[in-house]
Design a protein around this ligand. Structure first.
Ligand code: BTN
Length: 240
């Protein structure tokens, strides 16, 4: 298909809550901030989870942090493969500074009412070294790290099992449920970073997160604390 997220968005009205759509390959894999997601090879995770929380819970649904929860589930699963991964806010999954996976969360509203949420997951499980040149940032793949092929259906089912095993608890409690584990895996906390927002960027120190999982930073220019809702974080290793 073109993109599991695009498919889910097109069929949102008829797809049930917790439906998962997975593709072998995607012709137009979408990354965050309008980037392309390399999806030409089978054997990787290209999937979307459709969430349609009921009317009753949707006003309190932790919409800002659900994709952080999913990225943490990916890290926890990588632990089981003895691979140490890190999180780069908002939801990049890195191994040794190389990107192995990412989440694209898209929400759909009709007026004030949330019609649904689509959480797209892309994880490189079985790429060849030569595929990495087509990825627009330094990247890796689980098979290259472990030097063996990775059964992709098993990986995806374990990921979904982990995600849904504490999903209800998460949507009730929100980000505080995962804050401790999430922070432990964020190597940029306490360091100088660049925050890139649409049309602008600024240098700051990453301080922590608020109750919704939004990033709190101290701006380098005027020392003010600021909460970043959406954007990109660029580790600024030269300045730490
Ligand atoms: C990122 O930029 O880090 C997010 C990448 C998300 C890619 C996945 S692959 C499955 C789903 N369908 C898409 O088109 N994108 C997401």
């Amino acid at each position: 298909m073109d993109s599991t997220n695009a498919y889910a968005a097109r069929h949102l009205k008829t797809l049930p809550d917790r439906q998962v759509i997975a593709a072998e390959i995607q012709h137009h894999g979408q990354g965050r901030t309008g980037r392309h997601w390399y999806s030409a090879k089978p054997g990787n995770v290209y999937a979307s989870i459709v969430l349609k929380p009921s009317e009753i819970i949707s006003p309190t649904f932790p919409i800002a942090s659900i994709s952080l929860y999913l990225s943490l589930c990916v890290c926890r699963l990588l632990d089981q493969y003895q691979v140490v991964s890190e999180l780069k806010w908002p939801n990049d999954i890195l191994v040794g500074n190389l990107k192995i996976g990412g989440i694209l969360g898209q929400s759909y509203f009709s007026g004030d009412r949330m019609e649904g949420l689509v959480l797209g997951i892309g994880i490189n499980l079985n790429l060849e070294e030569e595929d990495l040149q087509y990825i627009d940032q330094p990247a890796t793949s689980l098979n290259l790290l472990l030097e063996r092929p990775i059964p992709d259906s098993l990986f995806l089912s374990r990921l979904l099992e982990g995600f849904f095993s504490t999903y209800d608890e998460f949507i009730n409690a929100g980000f505080p449920l995962i804050a401790g584990d999430f922070k432990k895996r964020c190597s940029f906390l306490g360091k100088k970073v660049m925050i890139r927002l649409p049309g602008t960027a600024f240098a700051a120190t990453a301080l922590g997160f608020d109750q919704e999982g939004r990033l709190i930073v101290r701006r380098s220019d005027d020392g003010r604390e600021e909460t970043v809702v959406a954007g990109d974080l660029i580790p600024d290793t030269a300045r730490t």
